[in-house]
Design a protein around this ligand. Sequence first.
Ligand code: UDP
Length: 313
Amino acid sequence: MRVVVTGGAGFIASHLCEALLRRGDGVVALDNLATSTGENLLFLQQWPQFQFRRHDVRQPIAVEGATDYVLHFASPASPEFFQRRPIETLETGALGTTNALELARTTGASFLVASTSEVYGDPQEHPQREEYHGNVDPIGPRSSYDEAKRFAEALTMAYRREYGTDTHIVRIFNTYGPRMTPQDGRVISNFVTQALRGGPLTVYGDGSQTRSFCYVGDMVAGVLKAMAASFPEPINLGNPEEWRIIDVAKLVVELTGSRSPIVKGELPQGDPKVRRPDISRARTLLGWEPQVPLREGLARTIAYFRSVTAPST
Ligand code: UDP
């Protein structure tokens, strides 16, 4: 297959490119490098069937040659990045998804959009099933991302209904692992970076809010299975192992062997209180479930952060 991956230099998508290349697919990665460096690409360039184009998906996408599949991952994705770039985030969800779907429509390719657990907002149903329609504040500080992704899902379904495009939607829950951007502001990147420096770990609020963290290798395996499935509705992909943020902080301190203190900061407005995927659909339809527990995945992530932050002398 020849696969076009938007946002291919990003965290999850670069792992996805690697998995596709390893199984022999050709990959054309598009990225404007707005929230990632080109670092992840250096590794991918060892495969002769890998191509990179610096491209902003808000502009129409033209890829010469056959395209069999379009994986649409381009978007600022961490709260820090999407709140700093709200208009760009909304435009990427609207114009970028239109352009990625147009590429699929005009080439007859299949299409998969990387949606998010953020479509559930601050959920009042727990754990979150795909049938739950969510609790999103349309004007809150997270709305640029949440509404962009909700629009992206709606547009994807519209292309299926109106043009018969072969579409797929995955809702990605919190994912972590090697090649995360240390400055993305996410809780795992922050805690690991802080612990390795010996500085305080910043828990926002009282730390009783929960998240469920999926190791990136598990996530990529789920996306590959979702690509191959014939199922038009959204599929939750995430690890149902739910953690309080305060306990994640303690675990990071333990695994790094750090002496860092844990300090409390202000809880950001609109921060969801709980999040945990119901993955029954993925289990049944894809035969998929995560294999890597947080303790093990964090150890690998810490090793990666150590390697990239190691002093050069
Ligand atoms: N968080 C925290 N300290 C940090 C960064 C994040 O306590 O340094 C909290 C944040 O308030 C949220 C959770 O960790 O409750 C997950 O935040 P993240 O930005 O990783 O992603 P989110 O799930 O909110 O999109």
